[in-house]
Design a protein around this ligand. Sequence first.
Ligand SMILES: Nc1ncnc2c1ncn2[C@@H]1O[C@H](COP(=O)(O)OP(=O)(O)OP(=O)(O)O)[C@@H](O)[C@H]1O
Ligand SMILES: [Mg+2]
Length: 251
Amino acid sequence: MAAEPLLRLDRLRKAYGALVVTDDVSLAVQAGELHAIIGPNGAGKTTLIHQISGLAAPDSGRILLDGEDITHVPMHQRVRRGLARSFQITSILPGFSALENVALAVQARLGSSFRFFGSAAAEEALNRPAMEHLATVGLSGRAHVPAGLLSHGEKRQLELAIALATEPKLLLLDEPLAGTGHEDAERVIATLHQLKRRYAMVLIEHDMDAVFALADRISVLVYGRVIATGTPEEVRANPDVRSAYLGEEAA
Ligand SMILES: Nc1ncnc2c1ncn2[C@@H]1O[C@H](COP(=O)(O)OP(=O)(O)OP(=O)(O)O)[C@@H](O)[C@H]1O
Ligand SMILES: [Mg+2]
């Protein structure tokens, strides 16, 4: 029997007025799986991520994390339970070094149990895991650079390191490659390869080369409906997907 998935969406539905943006979406993400969600502009991808993270409430349906119903659990508690959302540029403090940015996230995770920040021992206790997270995303060499001076792609790597400081089980990534030039996109793709298997990920991305190279499975969302879920090969070969979204360029 298949194990309980890490994340299960069960007939999730959300409408804005007459517009049904999430139309009975059911899908499962296994532990360690990189599950990409693709689909045309306005298909409802971001709205779906917002419901998983707790930023938007579904009208009906359920969200289960590790078998537990989190549909009505507030956002910060979802983070505690292992959901992390990345690519909120505003979470980076530009005047602080990359290391300090991650160390602050580690401190936030430790919360009130950690009252002695400032002493050398405490600083070490924050910096050690922070350096590990920077190494995981490939930013060790930039640890002491002010975050504001990092390139666009490096900032995205830093955001991932900050997300890792929450000790997530599942990363929710909404267009991590948006606005990156070729070199920065390569950096972020390399980082996602590093994170693969260690963390489950839900990845929304329009860069089809990246999606098909990275994903274990892909779900295709069109007008709020999942029209196909499968391996990259299955999705590429699916005639409905080709006519609705991928078109002939995927041939
Ligand atoms: N708060 C809101 N109020 C009303 N309509 C909304 C709201 N948020 C999103 N929508 C609408 O819901 C639909 C889906 O939007 P969403 O941002 O989820 O699409 P998307 O798949 O992420 O698109 P893109 O690829 O362009 O990022 C769109 O028609 C959008 O205008
Ligand atoms: Mg979007």
